[in-house]
Design a binder for this molecule. Structure first.
Ligand code: SF4
Length: 361
C-alpha cells in the first residue's frame, strides 16, 4: 500500500518540478561541490532569500575553497556578519582548511565521508552527496518533515527518536533514486512554495487527491512536535568606553551566542528586575570595567531588543568618556573608529552604532 502511495507521491512531485516549479535560486542545478557545500552551510537555519546575497558575496570574495582556507578567520566572520549562528562560519573555515591542507583539495565524495566534515549533519551530507555526485540520498529537513507528515498523515512527532527514524525511511522510500538531485530539489521547493507552514496552497496542490491531511482536514495540525523551543530572556548593559579617540572592545570567546565576534564591555543581569534597578542607579559604579576617576557618563540609549532562535536579548548601551585607563583590563582592546570597521560585530552592536553612539564623544 505504502509502496503505491510513495510512487504516486514521487511521480506527482517530479511532474510538478518539471512543469510548475518556478523557484529561482542561484545554486540550483549547480554541480561544483565547493559551491554546493557553501550554499548548504549558509542555508542551515537561514531562509533562501536571506542567504542568497551572502552566497554571492562569499563566492565573489572566495571563488575557490583554497582562497577561503587561506583567509584570516576575522575576515571570514566579517563577511558572515548578520547571518547569525556563527558556529557555521567557524566550521566553514575549519572545513575549508581541512580539505585544502589535509585532503590536498579533494572534497570527500561519499555520504559517510561528507558526514565526517565539521558542521555537516545528515541533511547537509545528503544534499551535497545528491547534488554534487548524484548519490541516492534523500534529504530530510523541516520542509521534508512537513510535506511527508501531511501527505501520509503521519502523526509521530518529528523531533522524537522514533519520528526521525520513521521519516528518514519514508523519505528514502519516496526518493527517485536515479534522479536524486532533482527530486531533492523538488521536495525542498515544494515545501517552501506550496506545502508551506502557514497558508499552504492545498486547493491547487497536485497531491491533494491522495493527501491524507488535506482529506482529513488536519493540515494545520501536522507535523507534530514533541517539544516547543523554550525562549530565554537575557539582560545586558554594554559600556561604550572612549579614551583618546579609541573605543574599548572585547572578543567573545566563551561558548555562548556570538562566539568569536566583538562587543563593547558588558555586564549581564540575571533578571529584568535587577537590570532595571541597576539602570535607575548610577551606572558608573561598575569600577571593575574602567578607572572611575575621570569617568564621565555621556549618554544612555533606550533599550534595544534582538530576538535569536532560542533567546531574546534586551540591552542598553552607556557611553562613557575616560580620562585615564587601567593598564590591565580583562581582554579589552582599544581600537580607532577605522579599526572597528574591520571587526565582526553582532547585530545588536550595529544597532547601537547606527544610533551614532560613538559620535557623542
Ligand atoms: S494538499 Fe496541502 S497539505 Fe497536502 S501536500 Fe498539498 S499543500 Fe501539502
Amino acid at each position: 500500500m505504502l509502496k503505491n502511495e510513495a510512487k504516486y507521491f514521487q511521480h506527482k512531485l517530479m511532474h510538478w518540478h518539471e512543469y510548475f516549479n518556478e523557484r529561482q535560486l542561484p545554486w540550483k542545478g549547480e554541480k561544483d561541490v565547493y559551491r554546493i557545500w557553501l550554499s548548504e552551510i549558509i542555508l542551515q537555519q537561514t531562509r533562501a532569500e536571506q542567504g542568497w546575497k551572502y552566497y554571492e558575496r562569499f563566492l565573489k570574495t572566495y571563488p575557490t575553497i583554497q582562497k577561503l582556507a587561506k583567509a584570516p578567520i576575522d575576515e571570514v566572520f566579517k563577511l558572515w556578519e548578520g547571518l547569525g549562528y556563527y558556529n557555521r562560519c567557524r566550521n566553514l573555515h575549519a572545513t575549508a582548511q581541512k580539505i585544502v591542507f589535509e585532503l590536498k583539495g579533494r572534497f570527500p565524495d561519499t555520504y559517510e565521508t561528507i558526514l565526517e566534515l565539521k558542521g555537516v549533519g545528515p541533511y547537509t551530507a545528503a544534499a551535497i552527496a545528491s547534488f554534487a555526485y548524484d548519490l541516492p540520498c534523500a534529504v530530510v529537513d523541516g520542509n521534508v518533515f512537513r510535506v511527508l507528515s501531511r501527505f501520509f498523515g503521519e502523526e509521530t512527532p518529528v523531533d522524537s527518536t522514533k519520528g526521525k527514524k520513521l521519516f528518514e525511511q519514508l523519505a528514502q522510500q519516496c526518493l527517485a533514486k536515479d534522479d536524486a538531485a532533482p527530486y531533492n530539489q523538488a521536495i525542498m521547493d515544494f515545501g517552501a512554495t506550496v506545502c508551506k507552514p502557514d497558508n499552504p496552497l492545498c486547493s491547487t496542490c497536485p497531491l491533494k487527491n491522495k493527501c491524507v491531511a488535506f482529506n482529513q482536514k488536519t493540515v494545520m495540525h501536522l507535523p507534530v512536535k514533541e517539544k516547543q523551543l523554550k525562549q530565554k530572556s537575557r539582560w545586558f548593559v554594554f559600556y561604550v568606553l572612549e579614551h583618546q579617540q579609541k573605543i574599548a572592545v572585547q572578543q567573545r570567546m566563551a561558548k555562548d551566542v556570538w562566539q568569536h565576534l566583538y562587543q563593547f564591555p558588558l555586564i549581564e543581569f540575571s533578571s529584568e528586575k535587577e537590570w532595571k534597578i541597576f539602570l535607575k542607579k548610577d551606572v558608573l559604579q561598575q569600577q571593575s570595567l574602567f578607572a572611575v576617576q575621570g569617568a564621565e557618563q555621556i549618554a544612555v540609549t533606550k533599550p534595544v531588543v534582538q530576538k535569536l532562535s532560542h533567546q531574546t536579548i534586551h540591552a542598553v548601551a552607556v557611553a562613557v568618556k575616560l580620562k585615564r585607563i587601567k593598564k590591565q583590563t580583562n581582554g579589552v582592546e582599544w581600537k580607532s573608529r577605522d579599526e572597528l570597521k574591520q571587526l565582526p560585530f553582532p547585530q545588536i552592536i550595529h544597532q547601537f552604532m547606527k544610533r551614532k553612539l560613538m559620535e557623542v564623544f
